[in-house]
Design a protein around this ligand. Structure first.
Ligand SMILES: CC(C)(COP(=O)(O)OP(=O)(O)OC[C@H]1O[C@@H](n2cnc3c(N)ncnc32)[C@H](O)[C@@H]1OP(=O)(O)O)[C@@H](O)C(=O)NCCC(=O)NCCS
Length: 166
């Protein structure tokens, strides 16, 4: 495979709402088509919640050659999964790419970008969570340098918490 694909990242604006939700829907359909366990549902992402997150400046889009290919959220606290913490970390959520762009290392490039953004904001860790029962995505994050910290029982299933010193 060729080297990492060159990506560009920019903060999503409110006009990008459909684009963000479209990527998440496509990624979810891709998971379901491959029989991969997920708590995500196509059409199940709340427009209002995403609009508010976009307005807080927490939602990002990734581009390859000007085409929109991926999205993720980067926020500075995550009480739901991590509880109260000193403001020492960035928290990534909803990391997703369009299935047509998978297998090119774009997800890892997005994570690296989030690491740099968090470090530049004075953070010491990048944190994320995933389904504890999903060994494959856990291996993916572990290969990307994330360390398993804890598991939390959530209504939708047990989540594994990961962090990477940055
Ligand atoms: C996670 C993601 C951004 C990584 O993108 P990427 O760096 O280009 O990596 P790939 O898409 O090639 O995925 C790597 C492998 O993990 C698999 N995979 C992707 N998401 C997975 C998931 N949630 N659970 C288990 N396996 C998953 C892919 O099928 C692929 O398997 P393969 O190598 O056997 O083909 C992308 O796969 C994606 O959008 N997945 C769907 C959304 C998702 O699950 N996000 C993470 C939620 S915790």
């Amino acid at each position: 495979m060729a080297g990492p694909t060159r990506i560009e990242i920019s903060r999503a604006g409110t006009a990008d709402l459909d684009s963000v939700l479209g990527i998440l829907d496509e990624a979810t359909i891709g998971l379901l088509e491959h029989g991969i366990p997920t708590v995500w549902k196509p059409g199940g992402f709340s427009r209002q919640t995403f609009l508010e997150q976009i307005q807080r400046g927490e939602v990002y889009l990734a581009f390859v050659d000007k085409a929109t290919v991926g999205t993720f959220i980067l926020q500075w606290s995550d009480v739901q999964f991590w509880g109260e913490h000193p403001p020492d970390a960035g928290y990534v959520h909803k990391l997703a790419i369009k299935p047509a762009y998978s297998g090119r290392g774009i997800g890892v490039e997005m994570l690296k970008w989030a690491e740099t953004a968090a470090r530049n904001s004075g953070k010491k860790f990048l944190r994320l969570n995933c389904l504890a029962a999903d060994r494959k995505i856990r291996d993916y994050y572990e290969k990307a340098g994330f360390i398993h910290v804890d598991d939390v029982v959530e209504p939708r299933g047990t989540a594994s918490l990961y962090e990477k010193p940055i």
